[in-house]
Design a protein around this ligand. Sequence first.
Ligand code: HEC
Ligand code: HEC
Ligand code: HEC
Ligand code: HEC
Ligand code: HEC
Ligand code: HEC
Length: 325
Amino acid sequence: MPKHIIRLILLIVAVLAVAAIAAPLLTVDSFYRYGHYRANSVPEIAAQEPVYQTPRYCYGCHTERRAQWSASSHKSVICEVCHGAAQGHPQSGKLFIPTDTVRLCTQCHEAMPGRPVTQPQIEVAAHSGGQQCAVCHNPHSPKISTAAAKVSGDAALGKQSADACASCHGDDGNSPNDTWPNLTGQNAAYLARILAAYQSGDQSDPVMTPLASGLSSADIQNFAAYYAGLSCKAPAGGKPVGDVTAGESLAANCVACHGQAGRGANPAWPKLAAQKPGYLVNVLKAFKAGLRKDPMMAGVAKNLSDTDIANLAAYYAAQSCQSTQ
Ligand code: HEC
Ligand code: HEC
Ligand code: HEC
Ligand code: HEC
Ligand code: HEC
Ligand code: HEC
């Protein structure tokens, strides 16, 4: 027989041998028990642990995340879309925590023709300035409410009661002390909200909590109207502790929510311009340490170093609060 025919036969034999060895290895065991008609194996398959466990599975152990998630519009995005299949978790390991949220979130939110309009879309570059989405959005509760409650207080009544506040916040809302906040020219809706927060316990401070507990909701409205209506003074000047220029570049990350130069973008959120630098430092550190709670500021502050905080405080303290409108 010619040599090449022998080689061909040997090759065919080798392939058949490999196939004969591989077939049982590649076939599920139950095939040999149940054959082609596999209805009998259904209970066995049903007894397997599901790869995707659904959010209900997470409820018992991750109560806080689950509460945030189920209260928000993201509840159509189940946990395992972002965290991966939970099979075997927590016994056999932790789940993946997405760190590159730009990549994760833009999969569904980057503006694209043909994407359903019911799914909110953004122009990524203009919207986030290259930052991670989780800096501003809590992935479990991403909605950022820009709605501000209307403040209908009477500024004249607020002025009458403001003596009680003058020792710390100044006669005209300009605090005499580096670590106590100015109130003048602050957004009324923010003032009302934060005073109510001291009252409800959402916000706490050894000084303000007892003071606020005695206020009625009408008092709060009146104070908010009064202080918001005062025109603020020029920044104090003097040599700041931080570096204003370094603070300015960091502040690019704050513009979306606190406005240009901290002069306010949203009436529900605080202005920062001309605020006391010592107060700004304390507050930013409190957000970072989780002592003052706000889901957005928690994300922002956790990435700031002490130097960043000093620089930001120096920058905002030096800005004129006079609106350019
Ligand atoms: C039986 C309780 C239990 C259930 C159910 C459970 N987890 Fe966990 N999970 C844990 C524990 C315990 C850890 C580890 C915490 C640690 O070591 O810091 C953890 C860690 C995680 C982490 C990583 C946290 C980190 O700090 O590394 C993620 C993400 C997570 N779980 C998501 C989920 C999701 C999503 C589900 C539902 C599909 C789920 N878990 C169901 C108990 C549970
Ligand atoms: C849209 C994507 C998304 C969905 C949906 C989602 N997560 Fe997360 N989750 C994240 C991201 C991003 C982080 C990390 C950032 C953070 O901590 O806020 C995270 C962090 C976590 C952590 C770890 C926190 C830590 O830092 O130790 C747990 C636990 C967790 N998620 C549980 C859940 C559970 C339970 C659900 C469902 C009820 C869920 N997640 C749904 C994106 C998501
Ligand atoms: C699998 C797709 C998907 C992913 C991934 C996803 N989202 Fe969403 N997101 C949605 C859908 C769908 C809605 C609209 C839900 C609704 O309105 O019922 C939504 C809503 C939102 C909203 C608007 C909330 C509101 O009520 O106006 C924001 C903000 C948001 N997502 C931010 C994020 C961020 C930040 C991430 C990344 C951590 C992310 N999303 C990841 C699908 C996704
Ligand atoms: C600097 C803070 C900031 C960052 C970073 C940021 N967002 Fe937002 N985002 C906002 C604010 C503030 C709003 C609400 C006001 C508005 O509608 O513009 C918002 C609104 C949204 C909405 C809802 C839009 C709508 O029409 O209802 C989506 C979706 C969204 N963001 C997705 C993202 C994604 C995805 C990323 C990451 C690529 C991201 N955001 C990064 C501040 C931010
Ligand atoms: C004994 C000093 C003191 C008195 C009196 C006082 N405050 Fe305060 N106030 C503070 C301090 C300190 C803070 C900063 C608390 C913090 O860091 O949470 C503050 C914070 C505030 C804030 C929050 C400011 C912001 O930018 O978040 C408001 C609003 C406020 N006070 C209103 C009032 C009103 C109205 C009165 C009078 C009824 C009053 N305060 C009386 C010391 C005082
Ligand atoms: C996604 C929106 C958002 C971004 C981005 C953001 N903030 Fe805030 N900031 C808030 C909200 C909302 C509050 C009010 C929190 C509260 O009620 O406790 C706040 C409060 C503050 C306060 C407390 C003001 C006072 O009068 O008590 C300071 C200081 C502050 N932010 C600084 C910063 C700095 C610095 C940056 C940028 C590095 C920044 N924020 C970025 C939303 C944001």
